[in-house]
Design a protein around this ligand. Structure first.
Ligand SMILES: NC(=O)c1ccc[n+]([C@@H]2O[C@H](COP(=O)([O-])OP(=O)(O)OC[C@H]3O[C@@H](n4cnc5c(N)ncnc54)[C@H](OP(=O)(O)O)[C@@H]3O)[C@@H](O)[C@H]2O)c1
Length: 349
């Protein structure tokens, strides 16, 4: 049995890594040993001033000192000290880092940009929490896939005959100035289905799903248009919200009909980093007729995978077998439930 708090290292402190690290800091079941930083920049400086221990490559120590950061040590020390490692490196770097992890013999949580073949399990809480218990290498699927799988597994895989999803994805995260498109709509696929369908199937193997994707000039959230052919009878949006354990929330588009307004809701709620951890389904787009369900949802790419990244730690470290207890704990960590409370009075619209 692993002793609590579990010591955690975060390798890569970008969009996802910094969110994982600060979530670990807020959770008494885990202890952040520190984060690995490769470039001496504003992110490193802020983290250091916030008391986060920064570990760096040997050859970069002087560069970090030059901007006023005293590194805690080298990255290999950090990885050795931890009992659980999160790899939040740029997509495709994780497979290279795995050579290091192989020597360390400790569990690692990779992110969605990595090839699924490098892990034992690709993961999404509502679909396969129990399959990560005691595993060494797990991958939390990407933001779009997490958004799709939360819906599909809340509906019940056994009740889903076929899914078709159109993904309208943000061009870049807010800090990524050099990515595009900046003034066009770009196909985000080489063939149909786009890679998102294949990614969903790494979690739910026999899922009948097709996806298409385009990228638009925005940094604020993805939007999905879903059509789900059900085997059994229709459900209503309240049932979907309930079976998602709060991870899916419905808001009428008369109250918020743009991703900009949704992020403004996160700001007004005082959410850390303006993060929206929930799938936001536009209530009035939810229809279910003749066993065909349609909905439009928005997914905050920077935040959506963070609850799943914390859930998975309870499974991989064998801390809790009951997925509902894990979700409830993690939901309260992120105040998931507050949006539902506020918008539950919208019935008169
Ligand atoms: N951004 C999203 O919307 C999103 C959503 C879901 C999943 N993901 C997935 O999450 C992963 C991380 O994406 P991200 O958006 O957080 O990337 P990111 O913002 O570019 O951050 C990547 C971080 O990795 C660090 N790094 C550089 N070399 C490294 C190495 N050798 N080992 C470990 N870390 C290294 C970088 O450090 P320095 O800054 O110090 O150079 C940077 O902080 C990817 O697999 C991505 O596909 C991203």
């Amino acid at each position: 049995m692993v002793k609590i708090p579990v010591k955690v290292a975060v390798n890569g402190y970008g969009t996802i890594g910094k969110r994982i690290a600060t979530s670990i800091l807020r959770n008494d079941d885990f202890k952040l040993v520190g984060v690995a930083k490769y470039t001496p920049d504003y992110r490193a400086l802020i983290a250091a001033r916030q008391g986060i221990k920064i570990y760096v490559p040997r050859e970069k120590v002087e560069a970090f000192k030059a901007i006023g950061i005293e590194p805690e040590g080298y990255i290999d020390y950090l990885l050795e000290e931890a009992e659980l490692i999160y790899d939040a490196s740029p997509a495709g770097q994780g497979v290279k880092n795995k050579k290091l992890y192989d020597k360390l013999k400790k569990p690692v949580v990779f992110q969605g940009g990595e090839d699924p073949s490098i892990v034992e399990v690709s993961y999404s809480t509502l679909c396969n929490y129990s399959s990560v218990q005691g595993k060494r290498y797990v991958r939390v699927v990407s933001c779009n896939t997490t958004g799709l799988l939360r819906i599909i597994c809340s509906l019940g895989v056994e009740n889903v005959k076929r899914v078709f999803a159109t993904i309208i994805r943000r061009a870049s995260d807010p800090g990524e100035d050099l990515k595009g498109p900046i003034n066009s709509i770009k196909l985000d696929l080489e063939q149909i289905p786009s890679h998102h369908a294949l990614d969903a199937k790494t979690v739910v193997r026999d899922l009948n799903i097709e996806t298409v994707a385009v990228a638009v000039p925005s940094t604020l959230m993805h939007v999905h248009v879903l059509e789900v052919f059900l085997k059994d009878k229709c459900i209503d949006v309240a049932t979907l919200e309930k079976s998602s354990q709060g991870r899916v929330v419905a808001i009428h588009s008369k109250l918020a009909d743009t991703t900009g307004k949704l992020i403004e809701i996160a700001r007004d709620l005082g959410r850390f980093r303006n993060d929206l951890y929930e799938n936001i389904v536009f209530t009035n787009t939810f229809t279910c007729r003749n066993n065909v369900l349609t909905l439009i949802q928005a997914v905050h790419q920077e935040a959506i995978v963070i609850p799943e990244n914390i859930d998975v730690a309870y499974g991989i470290m064998n801390l809790e077998t009951d997925v509902y207890r894990v979700i409830s704990k993690v939901n309260s960590l992120f105040s998931i439930g507050i949006i539902k409370q506020i918008f539950s009075g919208e019935g008169s619209i």
